[in-house]
Write a protein that binds this ligand. Structure first.
Ligand code: 5AD
Ligand code: SF4
Length: 432
């Protein structure tokens, strides 16, 4: 979501006459878009800000030019004025629902005069999407936010506090943006939301529609070759959405469906509205709808009260589902969330041990899946140049990175490739 937000901010600044620079020393404005999901992500901001301030001072000394430093995103929402307290050189800070006001803020903050730091963490009544300028493709693969915020309140998670209540963009607005992305070069759209499958946007007649409906409408767009949606909440995997995996041929056979833990006790303490057998039943239904589907998930280890037996239940789910990719994290105590003040916090050492064990198991399945692709022919969307001359990097339907040696004219195309080699993290292949 932050990649998408950053691209909308960049488009907005281009509209205001700004250009991207490669070096900070050349930049009149430096903007950080921030994540508050885990402590590590939030702390990174302050070390990056420190570095940016040093360059700001050097630039002023060497060229006499001032720099505006801005921070946007979820850290601002959570820390509010504390950002300015810790980093007083920050000129402005805006929450994730306020970044559309950047042009206005820049008018308030003159480079010429001394000014107060400006902070705005409102949750506006009118969606920011109504104010953003029209965007273009981010490349052959583009993100498109259709839903934002979350009402689930998992007890470990900051999102309901930083991104606010669930909001779904109207169907017509999503379709308009999707068409524009395709018209400007996109072949693959990834529909985004913190809880994307709770989508309930209004259609042209004011009727509430779900994600299954929206996927079918997006799939009708001429020239669009691939659709994905991220991230889904298990309890909201409706049967009609599962059916989309059977009926929409451009919907990729890959689904990121976080379970977080395999232990029902922990899932309950996390306030997740599913237990492990509900989850496994959904996976079974998905596999029935499309036997080729590959599953991905997020996991948290060391949630308060997690015992060895609870952790084993997580490993059991991994062995059952055999994820082809996954993201796993040590539980991070987030101020203001219910889990942060729960008893039975798990020791850091134990969290680390469990994460190592889990990641080894996850990698073994990922590796096995990648190895099983050798000899297969896959359509690959090439959207990046590789490090070596004549090399292109693309994505398979399963989100694996694949590199080939080919004519650079093949960039931004989907090409059939025979997979010739595989590691845990990428594939190699040849054009056929
Ligand atoms: N600690 C560790 N991981 C977390 N996530 C969310 N909040 C926390 C936390 N407090 C993980 C979840 C979520 C992913 C985006 O980040 O697994 O699905
Ligand atoms: Fe956070 Fe996802 Fe739970 Fe919402 S559903 S509270 S975004 S982990």
């Amino acid at each position: 979501m932050n990649v998408y937000d950053s691209s909308r901010i960049a488009d907005m600044l281009k509209n205001e006459g700004y250009e991207e620079t490669l070096k900070q020393a050349d930049a009149d404005i430096v903007l950080f878009n921030t994540c508050h999901i885990r402590e590590k992500a939030a702390e990174k901001l302050f070390s990056d800000l420190g570095r940016a301030h040093l360059i700001e001072l050097e630039r002023l000394e060497q060229t006499g030019k001032k720099t505006i430093i801005g921070v946007v995103g979820c850290v601002v929402q959570a820390e509010d004025n504390q950002i300015i307290k810790r980093a007083p050189f920050v000129d402005f800070a805006l929450g994730p629902l306020m970044y559309h006001t950047i042009p206005e803020v820049l008018k308030k903050i003159s480079l010429e005069k001394e000014h107060e730091s400006y902070v705005n963490t409102d949750f506006p009544a009118v969606s920011k999407f109504d104010f953003l300028p029209e965007n273009k493709a981010q490349g052959a693969c583009s993100y498109l936010a259709i839903q934002e915020g979350c009402d689930n309140f998992c007890t470990y998670c900051v999102v309901p506090y930083t991104r606010g209540a669930e909001y779904s963009r109207p169907v017509a607005e999503v379709l308009k943006e999707a068409r524009r992305l395709v018209d400007t070069g996109t072949l693959e759209i990834n529909l985004l939301g913190q809880n994307v499958n709770s989508y309930h946007g209004e259609d042209e007649n004011g009727k509430e529609r779900n994600l299954a409906y929206l996927l079918n409408r997006v799939a009708e767009i001429d020239g669009l070759k691939r659709i994905r949606y991220t991230t889904s909440y298990p309890a909201d995997m409706t049967d009609d959405l599962i059916e989309c995996h059977k009926n929409i041929d451009i919907l990729m056979p890959y689904l990121h469906l976080p379970i977080q833990s395999g232990s029902d006790k922990i899932l309950k303490a996390m306030n997740r509205r599913h237990n492990s057998s509900d989850y496994l039943r959904i996976v079974e239904k998905l596999k029935k709808a499309n036997p080729n589907i590959g599953m991905s998930s997020d996991f948290i280890v060391g949630f308060p009260g997690e015992t060895d037996a609870d952790f084993q239940a997580t490993l059991d789910v991994v062995n059952e589902v055999k994820y082809i990719q996954a993201f796993s994290f040590k539980y991070s105590r987030r101020p203001g969330t219910p889990a942060a003040v729960m008893d039975n916090q798990v020791e850091e050492k134990v969290k680390k041990q469990r994460l190592d064990i889990l990641q080894n198991l996850l990698f073994s399945y990922q590796d096995k899946f990648n190895q099983s692709c050798i000899g297969k022919v896959m359509p690959v969307l090439f959207d990046q140049k590789g490090r070596h001359k004549g090399q292109l990097i693309g994505r398979t339907p399963y989100m694996q990175n694949l590199h080939i040696k080919t004519d650079s004219a093949n960039i931004n195309k989907i090409i059939n490739v025979e997979v010739t080699d595989a590691t845990t993290n990428s594939l190699g292949g040849k054009e056929i």
